[in-house]
Design a protein around this ligand. Structure first.
Ligand SMILES: [Zn+2]
Ligand SMILES: [Zn+2]
Length: 295
């Protein structure tokens, strides 16, 4: 199982790759554009190529891109829906330049139109997006905490979306975030409860479709529908269930990305030494050796 973290870029993507490797990552996730903006900044092909080259050189794989949060493929409103399709398309195209294996996105909110309408809308949007984007980048639906009308908090919703797109089974998968599981009410605190959650994911989605695990703890209560990430050892999910999850042989093909808050000093400078320990802690939860590079 390969393990990395979400890295801030601070306008220097190659430096982010070097730091990721230095703190013990063998995978990486980044934003390809402002995560809370609609308009990507001017595409800089040269820096994308330099990033892709650096990830190969430092053997960081997979490369994951987290899509902007504004994207809402489930939106019943035309304007937001069209903008969302455009931005996710751009992110996949940019992902190819960055050498990405996966683009992860949040499935969005049906805004009162209903679960079935929302799921149909997501599938319709993906039908528009995938033919226009490079086949080497897979699109992953991330599970959600399920606040308001947001979709993706139940495994059945994620499974139903994939089931509407059987012809894209090679290009579509899921990313499961442990803090989102907890926020949505899926108990992963013990080895036993985690086995039940895994069985549930397997029957509704299929564990083979799970490509990325976002590893986060949280201080919010089980089923709180709150999305707040905590560092490993600083939340209430704890170790037992996470250990069971990460050492399950059925998930050996998946990769782990930490999205925990990075500790900073009084000058806002990241404490990478502290983060190195977080990576080491996460690695100690995985039973098997780091996975082989992807083909
Ligand atoms: Zn996310
Ligand atoms: Zn996440």
């Amino acid at each position: 199982m390969r393990l990395g973290r979400h890295m801030p870029l601070h306008s220097n993507a190659v430096k982010a790759v070097e730091i990721a490797r230095a703190i013990g990552c063998d995978a990486i996730q980044i934003f390809a554009s402002n995560p809370t903006g609609w308009r990507p900044t001017e595409s800089n092909g040269a820096s994308a190529t330099a990033f892709a080259r650096a990830t190969r050189e430092f053997d960081l794989q997979p490369v994951v891109i987290h899509a902007p949060y504004l994207i809402n493929l489930a939106s019943p409103g035309e304007l937001i829906w069209e903008k969302s399709i455009g931005l996710l398309q751009w992110t996949l195209q940019r992902g190819a330049l960055l050498g990405a294996n996966y683009v992860v996105f949040h499935t969005g909110s049906h805004r009162g139109s209903g679960v079935d309408a929302g799921i149909a809308r997501i599938a319709q949007a993906i039908e528009r997006i995938l033919p226009e984007t490079p086949p080497e980048v897979m699109l992953l639906l991330e599970n959600d905490v399920g606040a308001g009308n947001s979709l993706g908090h139940s495994f059945e919703q994620l499974g139903a979306t994939l089931a509407l797109l059987p012809h894209y089974s090679q290009r579509l998968g899921v990313c499961i975030d442990t803090a989102h599981l907890w926020g949505a009410g899926h108990d992963i605190a013990t080895a036993l409860s985690t086995q039940l959650v895994l069985a549930h994911i397997d029957s509704a989605i299929g564990l083979n479709r799970l490509k990325i695990i976002h590893l986060n703890d949280t201080e919010k209560a089980l089923g709180s529908h709150r999305d707040v990430h905590a560092r490993l050892g600083e939340g209430i999910i704890g170790e037992e269930g996470i250990r069971a999850l990460l050492s399950d042989p059925r998930l050996a093909h998946a990769s782990i990305i930490l999205e925990t808050p990075i500790k900073t000093d009084a000058h806002d400078k990241e404490d990478w030494e502290h983060d190195k320990q977080q990576i080491a802690k996460a690695r100690s939860f995985i039973m098997n050796e780091p996975g082989e590079p992807l083909p």
